[in-house]
Structures are given as C-alpha cells and as structure tokens.
Design a protein. Structure first.
Lengths: 304, 275
C-alpha cells in the first residue's frame, strides 16, 4: 500500500508519525470549513429559536424558551404548510419517478436515434430555478399565456393556473416535474444500462413475455436504484424555494406555502427570526431522518 | 439489460413518444428565447406569432438600461471564486479519502449529508452571524456560503475520479523518491485533469444559478444575476422584455458548459447514485 511503501522509505520515527497524520491533514481544511459553516451555525440557530429575535440588532431579543415551539405546533398555518409540502412532494416525486422510468425504458435499446434524446432531456436540471420559474410564469399566464392559448385552441377552457388554490399547487408540481424528471431519468437510465443480460436470455428461453420480464426481472433489479432516486428527490423536493418565490409567493392564500418558503417569509419578510429559526430546527430534524434513511440505503448497496 | 433489435413499428412508436417529451422539455426554452426576440406587441399577440420580425430591442434595453452587466460580473466573481475555493479544499480531502480511506464511509456520508440540508435552514443563523461581522452584501460572503452547497458534490466527484487511477502509480512514484505532495502534483493532477475541470465547472454552474442565499445575503453591491432578474417582477408590473432577454443570456453559460462537459457533469449531479 501507498503508506507502507512510503514508511519503508522513511525510517525516522518523527517522519513516520507525521506520515500517519498526513491523510488527516489533507482532510482537515475541508472538514473544518464545513464544520464551521454548518454545525456552529446550527447550534447558534437553536439558541436563536429560544428568543424573540427581530432582524434589526437594535431591537430587544427576549428569551422565550420553548414557547415558540409550542406555539408552532398549535399554529394552523404551520400544519397547513406541512400538508401542502407533503402533498406537493408526494405528487411531484411520484410523477418524476414514473416518468423518468418510462423515458429510461424508451431510450433503452441499441439504437443511435434513441440516444439523441438524452441531452435535451437533461438540460432543465442545469438551468437556474429562477429562470425556470419565470419561463413557466410566462407560459402559465391566464389571458396571454401560451398554455391556455393551446388549451383554448383545442376547444378546452383556459385554466386559472396561478390564481386558484388547487391549480397553483398543481402548477408547482408541473414545474418541478419539468425540471427534475431529467434527474430521475438519468439515474434510472444508468441503472438500466448496468443490468446484466443473462436473466433476460434465460427468461426468453422460457418463453416469458416482455411484460413478465419487466415485472419479474427489471423491476426487482432496478428497485435499489429506484430507491436512491426516490430519496434524493424527496430530500431535494423538501428544499424547494426558488420556484415558489417566483411563481406563487406561497399563494393564493397559503395554497403553495411550502415549509422552506414559510421559513423565508417568517424570517426575512415578517421579520421574526426566532420563529423562523424554530421552524428551521423542526425542518432540519425531518430532513435528518430522511437523510439517514437515504444513507442507510446507499451504504447497503455499496456493500453488495 | 438485454437488448433486442426493435421492429420498425416499435421504433417509430418510441420515437414518436420521445418527440412529444422532447417538445415538453424543450419548448419552454424555445418560447422564452423567441419572446426575447419579439417586439412588445408581438410578444403578447393572441394568437401567438409563430413567425415574427426579429428584434434585439430587449437585449439592447436590458444591457443599457439595467444593472445586468454589473450583476453578471458579480455572478462571475462569486461563482469563480467559489469554484476555485471549493476545489482547493475538496481536492486534498478527496485524495486522502480515496487513497487512505480517511474517515471511512462515515466521513464520506457526512459530506453527503451536508447536501441534504435545506439552504433556507442554514440561512437564518448565517445571516445573523454575517450581519455581526458586517459581511452582508460583500464579495466575500457568497463564495464562502456556496462552499456548503458545493463541497459535497466536489468531494464525491473528485474522489470518484481519483478512485479510477490505479494505486500502483502513487506507489511507484513514492518508491522513485517523490514526496507525498509531489505525488499529488506530478502524478495525480495531470491524470485527473478532466475531472478537475468538470468539478470546477459543476461548482461554477451551481453557484451561478443559486438564488436563495444570494437573495438574502446581497442588497445592492454584490447582487448576482438570478436576484437581479427576479427584481424585474415589480409591484406594478412584470417586465417581460427584460426578463426574457436577461434569462436567455444568464442561461447560456450553463448550457454551453453542459454541451462540452456532459458526461462528467452528470457524474457530479448524480453523486453516488451513478458510478
């Protein structure tokens, strides 16, 4: 091994000790920087959450202990936000996974024409969410938007996308599906490409239909990849902010007031950093649970 | 997966369905670019004008009447500074984790878990701290904050590139009398050059596109493009002429990069999910 070879060539004891620490020195800058930027602020945030904390430093910061938390859990606005976030995540991630899987299956064949479709399918991921939000805000306009024009030109009614509570949430789902289906497509595409061909050959010999192959070979073998894609998307969907900010500002009413947006609004719009900090603590606890599940799953796959 | 030859009918059906999705994913881009090249009247014509006289009015206006160029400069500074900073921190860490298994799986997944933190959660305490140190709206704050967003990607990406280089190369260099640092500089760096470039480009794109933190941590001086563009939604009206032109220009760098570095950028995006 590299270390062993190096130590063999450096017999002095002092050097051997520094040799042992060398890998740690290499990791230290990255680790300490991230630690300072995340763990320390997190502890500080818990402290802030115990206070009434206006943004202006001249205003008084009163210690209120856990009062903010008990208020949050009785606040219908918070529970509405939880419900809206859960609904959006369920619809959005569900659609992204099904659509991504469908598209990955479509291009999975040794044909050069099919391969051309890969690049266009991944572009949306690399575009700023602000631009994505603006593009769709433009297209979803009630009177002058192109989407309602197309709907009307085939004889349907125009939809009040951003002005109606249910439609606004669906619009957010639509935009998220547009931007992130490429991601699930990519992961599942790679997953499908790496499946071994022997089970299919054996199944073909046994006269299995293509649906049976999909159901009994592809699906079980792709499940681990599907799980990783699911968890990545769940955690990312949980963070959604930019698109809400551009598209709906949490409205109409509180119909698209996702957790992340709600925190921004409380903290930086309504000037209640203590309240926003308490919400953040709650949100990060949920995110941690989700992340632990993801890491558990990924680590298990790594071993296999 | 096993691949049979597709029958002509099936291939045709597949391509037809794919074209529908191609339109779904690509039409919005076409529409925003087309609108940016229309006059105000044509842009909102019903029925929409599929054929129109191309005008660069919106581009001239957004470049001359707004702060666009200055914000583009700010975005460039923040993204580039952050990409280089992140690389400088992540490269030694990735090397160490690849060659010495430093910290094992735990450290690797610790880096990954940072990626899962919702940025708005970090923004609250970091805002209070940054205000105390008078860092709000400076050129320092965004490159530093974006380390949180980019470091997990950079570490995982670089590690995957270094993993692909046989260890024997390090060992033979060590036996030839190279010092530890010389091994990284003279052997590893040249070999992972595509990986280094891809990592820098990846971090650059993420920082270039970032909105939430930029919106909170800048005011007037260090405002970046996404924040600037979002300000074209004013209380009274939405300035679609500015927006379509500015959005088109701001989207060009990521698309160009994606075109050139496609494979390696995808590797970064999907982190551990695709090896």
């Amino acid at each position: 091994m590299a270390t062993a070879a190096a130590e063999f060539l450096r017999p002095s004891l002092g050097k051997r000790v520094s040799q042992k620490r060398y890998p740690l020195f290499l990791v230290a800058p990255a680790f300490l920087t991230l630690f300072l930027l995340t763990i320390y602020p997190f502890i500080y945030m818990v402290w802030i959450s115990f206070h009434k904390w206006p943004i202006l430093p001249t205003l008084p910061r009163d210690f209120v202990g856990l009062a903010t938390y008990s208020f949050i859990f009785r606040d219908p606005e918070f529970w509405n936000s939880v419900g809206v976030t859960a609904t959006y995540m369920f619809l959005s991630v569900g659609l992204q996974l099904s659509l991504g899987f469908f598209l990955a299956l479509l291009v999975a064949a040794p044909n050069p024409v099919l391969r051309w479709f890969r690049l266009p399918f991944i572009i949306p991921v690399f575009v700023s969410p602000v631009v994505v939000g603006l593009i769709w805000k433009f297209m979803l306009g009630y009177d002058l938007g192109i989407i309602n024009y197309l709907l009307r030109s085939i004889g349907l009614e125009g939809v009040n996308w951003l002005g109606d509570q249910t439609n606004a949430l669906l619009a957010v789902v639509l935009v998220d599906v547009w931007q992130w289906t490429p991601f699930t497509f990519l992961i599942l595409h790679a997953g499908l490409s790496s499946l071994p061909s022997e089970p299919y050959e054996a199944a073909a010999l046994d006269g299995a239909s293509r649906f049976q192959m999909l159901r009994y070979i592809t699906l079980p073998m792709i499940t681990p990849v599907l799980t990783v894609a699911l968890l990545f998307r769940v955690l990312d969907a949980f963070k959604l902010f930019d698109v809400i900010y551009i598209l709906t500002r949490g409205g109409p009413g509180n119909a698209t007031n996702l957790l992340a947006y709600n925190i921004w609004r409380k903290g930086f719009f309504e000037n209640q950093l203590g309240y926003a900090a308490a919400l953040s603590v709650i949100m990060i606890i949920i995110a941690t649970v989700l992340a632990l599940v993801l890491i558990r799953v990924m680590a298990r796959q790594d071993r296999e | 997966m096993m691949h049979r030859q597709l029958s002509t009918i099936e291939l045709t059906i597949r391509i037809a369905v794919l074209i529908v999705f191609f339109l779904f994913f690509m039409f919005p881009f076409y529409w925003i670019v087309a609108t940016s090249l229309k006059t105000q009247v044509d842009a909102f014509a019903i029925p929409p004008k599929w054929f129109f006289d191309v005008t660069f009015e919106n581009y001239i206006d957004v470049l001359s009447d707004t702060d666009f160029l200055n914000q583009a400069k700010n975005s460039l500074i923040a993204s580039l500074a952050n990409a280089l900073l992140t690389l400088a921190l992540a490269l030694p860490a990735a090397y160490s984790m690849s060659r010495y298994k430093t910290g094992g799986k735990d450290l690797l997944f610790w880096f990954l878990s940072i990626r899962m933190i919702p940025p708005i959660v970090g923004a609250i305490p970091l805002f209070v701290l940054a205000a105390q140190y008078r860092l709000i709206d400076t050129y320092v704050i965004l490159p530093v904050l974006y380390i949180i967003l980019n470091m997990p990607f950079a570490v995982w990406m670089l590690k995957s590139f270094i993993d692909e280089i046989p260890r024997e190369i390090d060992e033979s260099a060590l036996i030839d009398g190279c010092t530890n640092l010389a091994v990284i500089r003279r052997m590893i760096l040249p070999l992972i050059k595509p990986g280094l470039v891809a990592t820098v480009v990846f971090c650059f794109i993420l920082a270039w596109n970032e909105f939430l933190l930029a919106n909170i941590f800048t005011r007037r001086v260090a405002v970046t493009l996404p924040v600037g563009i979002s300000k074209f939604i004013t209380e009274k009206q939405i300035l679609w002429g500015y927006i379509t032109a500015a959005a088109t220009l701001a989207t060009l760098p990521p698309i160009v990069f994606l075109w050139f570095f496609q494979r390696n950028l995808i590797r970064g995006l999907t982190l551990g999910a695709i090896r």
